[in-house]
Design a protein around this ligand. Structure first.
Ligand code: ZN
Length: 115
């Protein structure tokens, strides 16, 4: 079965290929709009069917807007005359072999980008 043979589940109309699907999703109370998705659309009722590749892309996009589930609390300690913060084991594991870090301040937050 090709994309174009998909029947609309709402009205049984013949769907047509679409490359401009826009979906909205709510992530932790924030509404996000994801554009440029592909799939099919029903010309009869306007129902949209996002294809597998685009639904994966939409999930990945939505996940970027998720706040971390766990916030680690650490005390700033002094080592060799410098103030240091230990990297929590869980975060260290997620870093894998990346060991370069760019740090900057955003208000009272220290933001770290690892690569
Ligand atoms: Zn329809």
């Amino acid at each position: 079965m090709t994309k174009n043979e998909i029947k609309c589940v709402m009205c049984a109309g013949q769907t047509e290929e679409a490359k401009d699907i826009v979906i909205t999703s709510t992530v932790q109370g924030r509404e996000i709009i994801i554009t440029g998705l592909t799939g099919t659309r029903c010309p009869g009722c306007g129902e949209q069917y996002v294809d597998a590749e685009s639904s994966k892309k939409a999930i990945e996009t939505a996940n970027k807007f998720r706040k971390p589930a766990i916030i680690f609390k650490r005390k700033v300690t002094v080592s060799g005359g410098r103030r240091v913060i230990g990297i929590p084991e869980e975060i260290d594991r997620a870093l894998g072999k990346k060991d370069n870090v760019d740090l900057w301040l955003e208000g009272d937050k220290i933001v770290a980008q690892v690569y």
